[in-house]
Design a protein around this ligand. Structure first.
Ligand code: FES
Length: 159
């Protein structure tokens, strides 16, 4: 797949630029955003950091925390930043987990969803926020969250 939106990763790469030994942190953040480390994503990280591709791949395969296999068709990012936390991110996470019936990082049996918790998504005024396939859903409640997921499941929204 060549439709990865690398712009999400750009600020994270910038943050770690020039930092010695930052590769693990960069890969963690990349995985947080995209759910898994695809070959295209690893190649992009190598290119942007100047770290040889073989080394990037070596680190990604060495640590068990890194997923080298795909996630569900729709990747849900649950914001756990301060503003979202204060405004009820726990309720949103519970609604997502109950609706999907899987744990963080797992794929639902129908292959449609995976969710991951992430740090601030950068749209705190909409908190609590979740992002699905690069689209932000804000001012969420548990009920509204389920509504969004149901729409996506029935093919009305997102991809
Ligand atoms: S804390 Fe959730 S978007 Fe900033």
């Amino acid at each position: 797949m060549n439709d990865i939106d690398f712009t999400l990763l750009a600020p994270r790469l910038e943050k770690h630029k020039g930092e010695a030994g930052s590769l693990i942190a960069v890969l963690q953040e990349a995985q947080e955003l995209y759910g898994w480390l695809s070959p295209e994503l690893l190649a992009h990280v190598a290119e942007e950091t100047g770290i040889p591709p073989a080394k990037v791949m070596g680190v990604a395969t060495f640590y068990a925390q890194f997923r080298l296999k795909p996630v569900g068709k729709n990747l849900i990012l649950l914001c756990q930043g301060t503003a979202c936390h204060v405004n009820g991110s726990a309720e949103i996470e519970k609604a997502v987990r109950d609706y999907l019936g899987v744990e963080e990082g797992e794929i639902t049996p129908d292959g449609l969803f995976t969710y991951n918790s992430v740090a601030c998504l950068g749209c705190c005024s909409l908190s609590p926020v979740m992002m699905i396939n690069s689209k932000a859903y804000g001012n969420l409640t548990g009920a509204k969250t389920v509504e969004v997921l149901e729409k996506i499941k029935s093919g009305v929204d997102a991809k």
